[in-house]
Ligand binder design. Structure first.
Ligand SMILES: [Zn+2]
Ligand SMILES: [Zn+2]
Ligand SMILES: [Zn+2]
Length: 256
């Protein structure tokens, strides 16, 4: 299994519009963070987790080759508003692409993208997808994808566990509390990627300290923090977290 961080930033992205702080103006490309998305190649299947507003740039910058399925964590703007660009893949692949999410996420996707898969000028002009409500594990080829219900403020949304090639990855980009039932699904993790927004507490996200604590409970072989704000300078945060938690950067490839 291998994966690429397509985006590791919070909803504003970094640099943030109209901000001249030292992180937003940093020359280090690791301080440029697009909105959160993950590209996983599992058992030969190319899987995308969220299609943020930066999706086109992410695909072009980091070499997304094809898309066999899309999984959506939740319908917040920073996670879905690049969805239209999935149409290049349905055109190139000449096929409908399955799109999975919770029943509520799929309901809102049908509303926000009401033109998708409707008759139009041609196959190329709209994404051709199969919206699919996911309430339990699904398989794409030989890869297994299990939803991980978590609290994001007062909403229950999804993270996902990916099982393939004898490896196990967990991805929860937005989260303020992990219920016990979900924690029970996070055993034997090779990789865990978790929301750790900023140093200060936040009503809908784990702060850095809470993220590190939760990653410690999960005890994956390798742990990553994501959904970062301009409060965190890449190198400084990595030095602060030491070897226990890795700070990823956009375009970082990891092979298991
Ligand atoms: Zn800034
Ligand atoms: Zn969110
Ligand atoms: Zn988010």
């Amino acid at each position: 299994m291998k994966f690429t961080f397509l985006g590791t930033g919070t909803s504003h992205g970094i640099p943030m519009i109209g901000c001249s702080c030292r992180v937003c103006t940093s020359a280090d490309p690791k301080n440029r963070r697009r909105r959160c998305s993950l590209y996983v190649i599992a058992a030969g299947q190319h899987l995308i987790f969220d299609t943020p507003p930066d999706f086109r740039d992410q695909v072009l910058s980091f070499g997304v080759e094809r898309v066999d399925a899309v999984f959506l964590t939740h319908p917040h703007a920073d996670h879905i508003f690049g969805f239209d660009d999935v149409r290049r893949f349905s055109t190139l692949q000449g096929a409908h692409i399955p799109v999975f999410g919770s029943p509520e996420t799929i309901r809102l996707m049908r509303q926000k993208f009401e033109y998708v898969d409707k008759p139009s000028y041609g196959f190329e002009s709209v994404p051709r997808v199969h919206f699919t409500e996911q309430t339990g594990p699904v398989t794409v080829g030989e890869a297994g994808i299990t939803p991980l219900p978590v609290w994001h403020g007062t909403d229950t949304i999804y993270g996902f566990r990916i099982d393939a090639d004898g490896k196990r990855i967990g991805y929860i980009p937005d989260c303020s509390r992990i219920p016990d039932d979900t924690l029970a699904l996070l055993t034997g993790m090779d990789v865990m990627i978790l929301d750790g927004l900023r140093p200060d507490p936040h009503p809908t996200h784990f702060c850095i300290e809470q993220c590190v604590e939760q990653l410690g409970r999960i005890g994956a072989a390798k742990s990553y923090i994501t959904h970062l704000t301009h409060c965190s300078e890449h190198t400084e945060l990595q030095e602060r977290l030491g070897t226990t938690v890795c700070v990823p950067w956009d375009g970082q490839n990891v092979e298991l």
